[in-house]
Design a protein around this ligand. Structure first.
Ligand code: NAD
Ligand code: ZN
Length: 359
């Protein structure tokens, strides 16, 4: 079978591989729709994953049809339409039992696609622990929505969840690409008061407003700390979700919050994001109350697995949120994942998320 792989740092190409075979707990999936992720760009072109010379097929955002299952898989059968989360951990790992399945077996080890096995940009791909890592895509759910649940929605929502947003809290979401937009939606679902969406692209601002943003702060038109403090009578917000920006933005997040607030990061801090900061993310001393401001900084990889996906399906089926709005560019045919990936890399201003449909 063919797959679209990272064959070396900065290098992607089509390769031929054996079709994977399901072990007792695994499922083999034939993808019906795929999306590239900004994380694929970090992986290939920004040194995001050290594959130590391994050639791996890319892709971790997929929905598909079950092709075959292993002898111990109980709840899924060939022909089922499934949602495959980006995070498919080993659920019996100690970290999973401690509540951090994202780090099963090693740091970020819940992220198996590309990292420890081939990803989904191929004719078929393997999902470990199928009963715990697949969810059924309801017939009435659009492919667009189902596909966005796999990574963008679970990540954005986790940003809002980790920010510990309480009803009526004022929240800033910095960076409103697809992940940040889902953090806006997550903040709205958690009952935030004002939601400041920090961004500049008109299409993103449009969706941010649809998802619940009450205020738009343009980071290209002035200091965002000053803008947010001015809007909150100098007090600052109760929570910040970081879904874009760099080391300087991280420091600004701490400066725009009240004592007792939470700064929840879901952004990937690659070396290029550290801009003048070496390998250290700066915490401004004053805004930190010289260490006594009761501010919490938390950063996390998105939750995955079956139950998480089923809960997200529930949110969409209730009609309270439409993640399908994030798809701005559509492709048809597996071979188009290459174009979709390069589109992600080039990031035209009107791009939020591309989707590749496969027959
Ligand atoms: P994206 O690049 O589409 O969106 C980031 C947005 O931030 C862009 O719109 C960009 O214009 C904006 N931005 C850049 N600098 C800014 C600044 N100084 N202030 C405000 N906004 C600024 O990426 P995305 O797909 O939305 O993903 C966001 C981040 O989340 C990426 O770093 C990605 O790797 C990461 N990610 C994390 C997880 C996770 O599990 N934690 C999962 C998926 C993606
Ligand atoms: Zn991703």
């Amino acid at each position: 079978m063919k797959g679209f792989a990272m064959t070396a740092p900065n290098k992607v190409e089509w390769i031929e591989k054996e079709k994977p075979k399901a072990g007792p707990k695994d499922a083999i999936i034939k993808p019906t729709a795929l999306a590239p992720c900004s994380s694929d760009i970090h992986t290939v072109w920004e040194g995001g994953l050290d594959l130590q010379g391994e050639i791996r097929i890319l892709g971790h955002e997929a929905i598909g049809i079950v092709d075959s299952v292993g002898s111990e898989v109980k709840d899924f059968k060939p022909g089922d339409k499934v949602i495959v989360p980006a995070i498919t951990p080993n659920w019996s790992a100690k970290a999973s039992q401690c509540g951090f399945h994202q780090h099963a077996d090693c740091l970020l080890g819940g992220y198996q696609f590309t990292f420890v096995r081939d990803g989904s940009m191929s004719e078929y791909f393997l999902v470990n622990d199928a009963d715990a890592n697949l969810a059924i895509q309801p017939d009435e759910m659009s492919d667009e929505s189902a596909l966005m649940l796999t990574d963008m929605v679970t990540t954005g929502f986790s940003g809002a969840e980790n920010a510990n947003i309480q009803i009526g809290d004022n929240v800033a979401v910095i960076g409103i690409g697809p992940v940040g937009l889902n953090a806006v939606a997550g903040a709205e679902l958690r009952g935030a008061g004002r939601i400041f969406a920090v961004g500049s692209r008109p299409d993103c601002i449009n969706i941010a407003k649809k998802y619940g943003a009450t205020d738009i702060v343009n980071y290209r038109e002035g200091d965002i700390v000053e803008q947010i403090l001015a809007e909150t009578n100098g007090v600052g917000v109760d929570a910040v979700v970081l879904a874009g920006g760099n080391a300087e933005t991280f420091a600004q997040a701490i400066q725009m919050t009240k004592p007792g607030s939470t700064i929840s990061n879901i952004n990937y801090f690659g070396t290029q994001n550290y801009k003048n900061a070496g390998d250290i993310l700066p915490i401004p001393r004053d805004a930190w109350g010289a260490g006594m401001a009761h501010k919490t900084v938390v950063g996390g990889l998105c939750p995955g697995g079956r139950v998480r996906m089923e809960k997200l399906v529930n949110v969409v089926e209730s009609g309270r949120f439409d993640p399908g709005l994030l798809i701005t560019h559509r492709f048809k045919g597996l071979e188009k994942v290459e174009d979709a990936l390069y589109l992600m890399k080039d990031k035209p201003r009107d791009l939020i998320k591309p989707m590749v449909k496969i027959d």
